[in-house]
Design a protein around this ligand. Structure first.
Ligand code: HSE
Length: 316
């Protein structure tokens, strides 16, 4: 059976980048790995402590998305062996569920000789997540500008600027996307809609043209962050002041609670910025892990050589 086994590496992602609510995403250089093979009886192995609590039966998300791919391709493979290891923190706004969806779909598609196109996978993953930003970034890599109207999912990928680096403050508490979406109003004013349209457009233009100075002005939002601020104490101050401490721009990462700063990698203010973000959260009694990340230019990959997930987990 082992000749068929596939091994997938899929990046984490951040969504929204401030004003681009449900339409901008960026892949980041932390990853999940998924192995998948046909089997006689379904078996799911999860490596690493943070996977505790994730279902090991056919209710597992990766198993379920694999079955969606098979159904769409018109083939039947009800029994699978799946192994997973992820270094992407769960439920923190770094796209862990999108990486599982994309990883599971791409693994299943690779197992059946890529019967589905990448665009089909993008559409299916978007239908499942209900927004294209995280899944688009994990699938295609780089910065993804995407739209989803309930029927069509479209996207254009932008290569991340080579000087862009990413600092994330990952609070120790989890925040479900569902809860963070419930905090949002059902309707917004024309003024707020125009504010976000203009800032999101400006941000995309800044990222495309390499105008890094414009990011601080462009990366402002009134559609979701103000409503989510109460869920992440300290966030308001970080959003207001991080640019004074050397950030090019700052945002809530996806639905949070992680806060994300874009930074010029040549900046001399990196240590001060990290200290400011971490201390601001600490003042609210929130411990956080600071991580320096890079935009990941590559999307999900089917690896030519299998890696040992147990070894990856052991070295963390
Ligand atoms: N765009 C989504 C949101 C991302 O902000 O709710 C969730 O990860």
């Amino acid at each position: 059976m082992n000749q068929t086994k596939v091994c997938i590496k899929v990046p984490a992602s951040t969504a929204n980048l401030g004003p681009g609510f449900d339409c901008l995403g960026m892949a980041l250089d932390i990853y999940a790995w998924i192995e998948m093979d046909f089997a006689l009886k379904t078996k799911i192995i999860l490596h690493g402590e943070q996977m505790l609590g994730i279902p090991l039966d056919k209710s597992n998300l990766i198993y379920k998305v694999a079955q969606m791919v098979f159904a769409e391709a018109g083939v039947s493979h009800p029994e699978l062996e799946i192994a997973m290891y992820s270094e992407i923190p769960l439920t923190r706004g770094l796209g862990s569920s999108a990486s599982a969806i994309i990883g599971g779909m791409v693994a299943a598609n690779a197992l059946i000789g890529n019967l589905l196109s990448q665009d089909k996978i993008f559409l299916m993953a978007t239908q499942l997540e209900k927004h294209p930003d995280n899944v688009g970034a994990s699938l295609f890599g780089g910065i993804v500008v995407a739209s989803w109207d309930g029927v069509r999912a479209d996207y254009i990928r932008i290569a991340p600027h080579e000087r862009l680096e990413v600092l994330v403050a990952i609070p120790e508490f989890q925040l479900s996307t569902e809860l963070a979406r419930h905090a949002l109003p059902k309707e917004v004013s024309m003024k707020d809609a125009v504010f976000n349209l203009s800032h999101s457009s400006l941000l995309v233009a800044a990222l495309c043209s390499g105008n890094l100075e414009m990011i601080r002005h462009a990366m402002q939002d009134v559609l979701h962050q103000p409503y989510r601020a109460a869920l992440v104490p300290g966030m308001e101050m970080i959003l207001k002041e991080a640019t004074d401490h050397g950030a090019l721009g700052v945002a809530l990462s996806g639905a949070g609670p992680t806060l994300l700063a874009l930074v010029d990698k040549t900046s001399h203010e990196k240590a001060g910025l990290a200290e400011f973000m971490q201390n601001t959260l600490l003042k609210e009694d929130i411990k956080s892990t600071m991580m320096w990340l890079k935009p990941e230019a590559l999307g999900v990959q089917v690896l030519a050589n299998s890696v040992s997930l147990a070894e990856l987990a052991a070295h963390k």
